[in-house]
Design a protein around this ligand. Structure first.
Ligand code: ZN
Length: 178
C-alpha cells in the first residue's frame, strides 16, 4: 500500500484475463514510480510478464525495489523487467527503455497487454522528476498500438492536476490514431 493503493487494479485485470482463458498477459507499467506491488504479486510467475519503466530507486520511492537485477524468481525468473531511469530523463531516454521493453513484450507474445498508465512522467508533475512533454504522450499511445494486441489501459498516477486529463487523453488519442 506504499503507493496509496489498497487494490492493484492492473493485477486484478491481468488475473481476470488469465481466468478467462488467456495464456499469457503482459503488464506494461509506464508510471513514474516503480510498480512494486505488481512486481511482488507476479514475481514467481511466468504467466504474467511485468515490464516497469520508472525513476531509479537509488533516488526515488520505493527505494528498496525496482532495480534492474530484480528479474523474477523460480518459475518467474526472466519475466520481471525493470528499467530504472535517473532523474531528469527526457522522452528520448525514456523512449529507449520503452522500445526495449516493447521488444521483450513482443518476444513474450502475450494475449493481452495491461498498461499501468501513470502520466506523472510529465515535466510539470509536482512530485516527479522526469521531463516528458504533453506532445510526447500520444507517441506512447501510438507505440503501444503498434504492438497490435488487445490492450487495457488502467489509469494510475499523475499529480499535475491541470494537465492529467490532457496527457492521459493524449495517450489514448495516440493509440487510436496509430
Ligand atoms: Zn506514480
Amino acid at each position: 500500500m506504499g503507493g496509496y493503493c489498497f487494490i492493484n487494479n492492473a493485477a486484478v485485470a491481468a488475473q481476470w484475463f488469465l481466468d478467462q482463458g488467456a495464456s499469457r498477459v503482459a503488464i506494461l507499467d509506464v508510471d513514474y514510480h516503480h510498480g512494486n506491488g505488481t512486481q511482488e504479486i507476479f514475481y514467481r510467475r511466468k504467466d504474467v510478464q511485468v515490464i516497469n519503466l520508472h525513476a531509479d530507486p537509488m533516488q526515488e520511492y520505493p527505494y528498496f525495489l525496482g532495480h534492474k537485477d530484480e528479474i523474477g524468481e523460480g518459475e518467474g525468473e526472466g519475466f520481471n523487467l525493470n528499467y530504472p531511469l535517473r532523474w531528469g530523463a527526457t522522452f528520448e531516454t525514456w523512449n529507449e527503455a520503452l522500445e526495449d521493453g516493447c521488444r521483450k513484450l513482443v518476444d513474450y507474445a502475450p494475449d493481452v497487454v495491461v498498461v499501468s498508465l501513470g502520466v506523472d512522467t510529465f515535466e510539470k508533475d509536482p512530485i516527479s522528476k522526469f521531463k516528458l512533454k504533453t506532445e510526447d504522450f500520444p507517441k506512447i499511445g501510438a507505440r503501444i498500438a503498434k504492438l497490435g494486441l488487445p490492450t487495457l489501459f488502467v489509469q494510475e498516477g499523475g499529480y499535475a492536476v491541470a494537465d492529467i486529463g490532457v496527457n492521459a487523453v493524449g495517450v489514448l488519442q495516440g493509440y487510436e490514431g496509430a
